[in-house]
Design a protein around this ligand. Structure first.
Ligand SMILES: N[C@@H](CCC(=O)N[C@@H](CS)C(=O)NCC(=O)O)C(=O)O
Length: 174
């Protein structure tokens, strides 16, 4: 099917003005007419592969450093640790191994001695699907919090860290 629009020729240049779209979206029209943009889907694909390549290189280094410089866990008395172990059964961390933001949250878990179940979305299709459809975004890390009022899906590593800290840091009421 031919692409709609007005063709303007000037010397060697040939410009297609997407008039149909311009009526619905004038901003997009200006972009198309003045500065032709690369196909946004193509750009997304390129970014996806660039990110994948960066992760493949940086991931193992990150995991190595995480293992070597593992944070020291807080020590609680046996009763307090048992209460924490019970409390965290309502939490699940959706994540994957080499994600730097997930490493950050896992380190916080280690620091606070929280045995939270982790769900690797790269290894398990069901968890990936759950995260997307129930949480609303495929982004990790995401902490699933089961409360009396229902499920809460907490995104953003900083928010998750702050939440864990507010509940489980020594002196905070778990
Ligand atoms: N600002 C977020 C960044 C999280 C993020 O970018 N996660 C990446 C993995 S390292 C991701 O899930 N990307 C997939 C997507 O955005 O759909 C945080 O701190 O948690």
């Amino acid at each position: 099917m031919p692409r709609r629009g007005l063709i303007v020729k000037h010397g060697l240049f040939r410009l297609r003005l997407p008039l149909g779209r311009s009526l619905r979206s004038p901003g997009r029209f200006l972009l198309d007419a003045g500065h032709p943009q690369p196909n946004p889907t193509g750009r997304k694909m390129i970014m996806k592969y660039v990110m994948r390549a960066i992760r493949a290189i940086v991931g193992p280094i990150l995991l190595f450093l995480d293992a070597v410089f593992a944070p020291k866990a807080v020590e609680r008395d046996a009763d307090a640790q048992r209460r924490v172990d019970t409390a965290v059964q309502t939490l699940k961390l959706y994540q994957f191994k080499a994600c730097p933001f997930c490493v950050r949250v896992r380190r916080q878990m280690k620091r606070l001695a929280l045995p939270i179940e982790t769900r690797d979305v790269k290894r398990n299709e069901k968890w990936r699907e759950e995260l997307l459809t129930e949480g609303g975004s495929p982004k990790v890390p995401c902490l699933r919090i089961t409360e009396d009022s229902g499920e809460r899906w907490l995104y953003e590593s900083k928010e998750i860290d702050a939440y864990l800290n507010s509940r489980f840091a020594v002196g905070a009421g778990a």
